[in-house]
Design a protein around this ligand. Structure first.
Ligand code: ATP
Length: 340
């Protein structure tokens, strides 16, 4: 396994700056998740690292070796795509063995068998090895696709939304398995997704990408608790953070340049006695397993906020309440965080 360094990497397509001066260092053994909306430049970044795309500027090093000009086959990376790309005429066994039979790195059949069986076991498809690849369920096919990356021990795994085409149950299952396998192998992983749950549960560190630029890098907790901007704050957390005009809470102390208040649902407390400030009316409640999400509208405004309330409390529509804010976050007119 190896570390990865991107130094001021750019790739433009005409007017579109798909990747724009990206600096990124990923340590050996790290599970790094690039998180961003559609068009943020996630796939282009992976393709640049794999060598499927040439940068307009910048350098890429894997394991301390400059690879910017190297052909994809010589970079020692394994790529898992969003859509499983299996050889339909081959069995599961032969699909898994395929990368090990590459003329560039030929291996004896005995060694190939051992490796294929080991990976099949890891991915819980050892009973499917003789089957044709086309006779598998979607989840099994994606396991084979991931297995084809795992049979090799490349310097780096690159994964482009490998779970996005699976149903929710399988996605949850494979998310946990992939994380476990990555830890067992001590693999270096660059994983792309727009799914915040994947990012929060799998990543050692997350890089939030927006319009080809990294807007924040940190552990899931750092990014959740200390977002650098309103954009980052809104990307992580379910329910989404409440963002509202600072003027709607005039009684709250705020830094002078604050334009927007951000407050997470779990940092709001509801009180039944209404006070002189932050009064609101309950609009509706959603029951989750151990808590309610209470939607309230601030008095004198149409602005609604979502509050995570303990499951034993119950609120009726139109009930008058007041809000206590535990950890308000402040953002300037440009969306950047302002520390109080
Ligand atoms: P998604 O989640 O939808 O896959 P992404 O974050 O992976 O999005 P990219 O596929 O990297 O985004 O695309 C970034 C930008 O570059 C987009 O605006 C896209 O249209 C553009 N782009 C990517 N590849 C090409 C190409 N070959 N030619 C022209 N424009 C491209």
């Amino acid at each position: 396994m190896a570390d990865l360094r991107l130094h001021r990497i750019s790739r433009h397509f005409g007017e579109v700056r798909a990747v724009d001066g990206l600096d990124l260092s990923i340590a050996s053994g790290e599970f790094f998740v690039l998180l961003g909306p559609s068009g943020a430049g996630k796939t282009t970044t992976l393709r640049l690292v794999a060598g499927l795309e040439k940068p307009d500027a910048g350098h890429i090093a894997i394991g301390g070796h400059e690879v910017t000009a190297l052909a994809p086959a010589l970079r020692d990376v394994a790529f898992v795509f969003q859509q499983y790309s299996l050889y339909p005429h081959l069995s599961v066994y032969d699909n898994l063995a395929f990368p090990l039979r590459s003329p560039l790195r030929p291996l004896p059949e005995g060694q190939i068998r051992r490796k294929v069986e080991e990976v099949a076991k890891l991915l819980r498809i050892e009973d499917k090895l003789k089957q044709s690849a086309t006779r598998l369920s979607g989840g099994q096919m994606q396991r084979v696709a991931i297995g084809r990356a795992l049979v090799r021990s490349p310097a780096l795994y690159l994964m482009d939304e490998p779970l996005s085409s699976l149903d929710a149950k399988l996605r949850n299952e494979l998310r946990l398995e992939l994380k476990r396998i990555q830890q067992d192998l001590g693999a270096t992983m660059l994983y792309v997704t727009h799914d915040q749950i994947e990012a929060l549960t799998m990543a050692s560190r997350i890089g939030v990408l927006d319009a080809g630029r990294l807007v924040q890098v940190g552990t899931p907790r750092e990014i959740y608790e200390n977002p650098a901007s309103a954009h980052v704050a809104a990307r992580l957390g379910s329910p989404r953070i409440n963002l509202l005009d600072r003027a709607l809470m005039p009684a709250l102390q705020a830094p002078p340049q604050a334009a927007t208040l951000g407050i997470r649902a779990e940092h709001l407390r509801l009180h039944r006695s209404t006070g002189s400030v932050n009064n609101a009316k309950v609009k509706r409640t959603e029951r989750l397993s151990d808590q309610h999400l209470v939607h309230v509208a601030l008095d004198g405004s149409a602005q609604e906020l979502v509050v995570a309330a303990p499951g034993h409390e119950s609120y009726a529509p139109e009930e008058a309440v007041s809000l206590e804010l535990l950890r308000p976050l402040w953002f300037g007119a440009d969306g950047q965080r302002i520390h109080a």
